[in-house]
Design a protein around this ligand. Structure first.
Ligand SMILES: Cc1cc2nc3c(=O)[nH]c(=O)nc-3n(C[C@H](O)[C@H](O)[C@H](O)COP(=O)(O)O)c2cc1C
Length: 141
């Protein structure tokens, strides 16, 4: 199949008690291999029991991964903020970058509402994009 469209999907979700943040690095090894096999790249933020994830790649790969993630009981209340074709990847260098914002909360505090539970879940699409644009400059490139 000819799948040249570059798709970017951004979603937020709430971590359930089934998600163990302490095991994320072991999980990421497998997740990165899965993404790489589909040419999907991106970044995953975790902050106070909430996630924000960006997936970028061929539409078939991004949709396939999204479908799988939506079914994963380790998160809930999943809200897809955007699914759109983009001219270039924002985070093309990682099969899945990971930002533990609990360890570096001041990096995201400017973009989230102070004091809310699951802060990433409350982000609007435009705030999410502002936050990602900022991280893009931090990540260099
Ligand atoms: C917040 C969150 C983000 C995830 N991100 C990825 C990912 O980037 N790539 C991936 O393959 N699986 C990811 N997963 C896991 C998938 O839902 C699924 O468990 C996994 O792809 C199954 O892979 P396996 O068949 O190799 O075990 C994520 C799960 C959660 C809860």
């Amino acid at each position: 199949m000819n799948d040249t469209t570059l798709l970017q999907a951004i979603y937020v979700s709430r971590a359930t008690p089934d998600f163990a943040a302490s095991s994320i690095h072991a999980l990421l090894t497998g997740w990165r291999a899965n993404n790489a096999a589909l040419n999907v790249t991106g970044i995953l933020f975790y902050y106070r029991n909430s996630f924000l994830q960006v997936l970028e790649g061929p539409g078939t790969g991004v949709r396939k991964q999204l479908d799988i993630f939506l079914d994963d009981g380790r998160h809930a209340d999943i809200a897809v903020l955007t699914t759109e074709s983009v001219p270039a990847k924002l985070f093309g260098e990682w099969s899945m970058g990971y930002v533990d914002a609990d360890a570096a909360g001041n990096l995201v505090d400017e973009y989230v509402t102070p004091g809310v539970a699951c802060p990433l879940l409350a982000l609007s699409a435009s705030d999410a994009k502002r936050m990602l644009a900022f991280f893009r400059t931090v990540a260099g490139g």
